[in-house]
Design a binder for this molecule. Structure first.
Ligand code: NAP
Ligand code: ZN
Length: 374
């Protein structure tokens, strides 16, 4: 047996972790750039805490608050330009995966002059401004990964930038920031985290450490399966407790630590086209496909699939599909031609190389068909 485990991010988890550990920010310099989405950071308490922590430590700051969902490279270039002009020493990313990933792109681009093609082809030097990450969704785990997933119009999909230079230096995970996450985002992001854990287990790069983290992540998810169904049924987050939010945050951060080692698989590869061409949210896209991939894997690795289902308290892939069906509701329409086009793209992604069970194109088409013709 041989494996490598590398996750250099310092994690501070718990209520008020930003304010209680503001001193840690001092090591990164005298001026920060906060990177956020357009609205949520201003309302969920996260930005306020960061500004208060910076003022305690006498650190100056500017704010870039224009990150959109599924961020573009243009947004990263714009933020990097601002960081250079204002000579910031480090970046504090606050938000879901979109602001965290955009901030990583900015941190990299602030250190070098490269064009879009070079950025997406990995032709950059491994140098970036230090990044502090504060997740306000419980899904992507981007606070503990070396990935920035950006919309790539050159290939009409999403491309992952991967370099250890963009591992956040610190992740502050305070589930209180997630308290007001709307029902659909709560569900979609939780599914994304589950997908990371499951795909990590099914990755060719899985190790004893990543698998242990992945099962723990799924355990946290399973504590929230009933609460998530309540959120779906009532279309309200009123019943969700802070303890459940913390479970989802743990699920997400642990699953991020998993994919930092294993990468994601065909499920994410298939999901990227659903997001790019059909505007289906990232987590939902994975959720629509997970049961189909589990069914395929089950033929070769029944014990692995059974172990995953057991942690979720489920007896069969059919039960998994039923549970996901309740969370996801009515499915979008995808026509045959699109399924073939998306399948062709999926089998040529790097994610495919991570699959222990590698489906052929026909099997990928069949998975799309099963997912959307249910
Ligand atoms: P997101 O795109 O970051 O945010 C979705 C929505 O949720 C936005 O409208 C955002 O509003 C809102 N929001 C965020 N936090 C909120 C809060 N606490 N309360 C209320 N609303 C809140 O969604 P995400 O699912 O977290 O991230 C998805 C992105 O991450 C995708 O691009 C995906 O490819 C990427 N991803 C990255 C990794 C990685 O390892 N780097 C892994 C998986 C996925 P505002 O815009 O106003 O903030
Ligand atoms: Zn994901």
């Amino acid at each position: 047996m041989s494996y490598k485990y590398h996750m250099p991010t310092k994690i501070l988890f718990g209520q008020a972790c930003v304010l209680n550990n503001s001193i840690l920010l001092k090591a990164f310099g005298k001026k920060a750039m906060l990177v956020t989405g357009k609205h949520s950071a201003k309302h969920n308490g996260s930005q306020e805490d960061v500004i208060s922590a910076l003022s305690t430590e006498g650190i100056d700051y500017i704010i870039y608050d224009q990150v959109m969902s599924n961020p573009t490279s243009e947004c990263c270039y714009e933020g990097a330009k601002m960081a250079i002009e204002h000579q910031v020493d480090f970046i504090i990313a606050i938000g879901g995966g979109s602001p965290m990933d955009a901030a990583k792109g900015m941190a990299l681009l602030a250190k070098q002059e490269i064009n879009q093609k070079q950025l997406f082809n990995g032709e950059y030097i491994a140098d970036a401004l230090p990044i502090i990450a504060i997740p306000t969704t419980a899904g992507t785990g981007s606070e503990v990964t070396q990935y920035a997933i950006l919309t790539n119009d050159l290939i009409e999909s999403k491309t992952g930038i991967a370099t250890e230079a963009i591992f956040p230096k610190i992740a502050f995970v305070d589930a209180r920031y997630m308290n007001q996450l709307p029902p659909t985002t709560t569900i979609n992001t939780a599914i994304d985290a589950l997908s990371h854990a499951i795909e990590g287990i099914l990755s060719i790069r899985a190790s004893v450490v990543s698998v242990t983290l992945a099962y723990k992540s799924i355990e946290h998810f399973s504590e929230c399966m009933v609460p998530l169904l309540h959120v779906k049924q009532s279309n309200s987050i009123e019943t969700m407790t802070l303890k459940e939010r913390e479970s989802l945050a743990n699920c997400s951060t642990l699953a991020g630590m998993v994919i930092a080692q294993t990468g994601t698989t065909i499920v994410h590869a298939m999901g990227y086209s659903l997001t790019y061409f059909k505007s289906i949210d990232h987590g939902r896209a994975n959720g629509l496909l997970l049961a189909e991939y589990l069914e395929l894997v089950e033929k070769d690795e029944p014990q692995t699939v059974e172990a995953i289902l057991r942690v979720m308290g489920l007896k069969s892939v059919h039960g998994f599909r039923r549970f996901m069906g309740k969370l996801l509701g009515i499915r979008e329409t995808i026509i045959d031609e699109e399924m073939h086009q998306f399948s062709e793209k999926a089998i040529h992604t790097g994610n495919m190389n991570n699959c222990r069970i590698k489906p052929k194109k026909e099997a990928v088409v069949a998975m799309y068909k099963a997912a959307f013709n249910e």
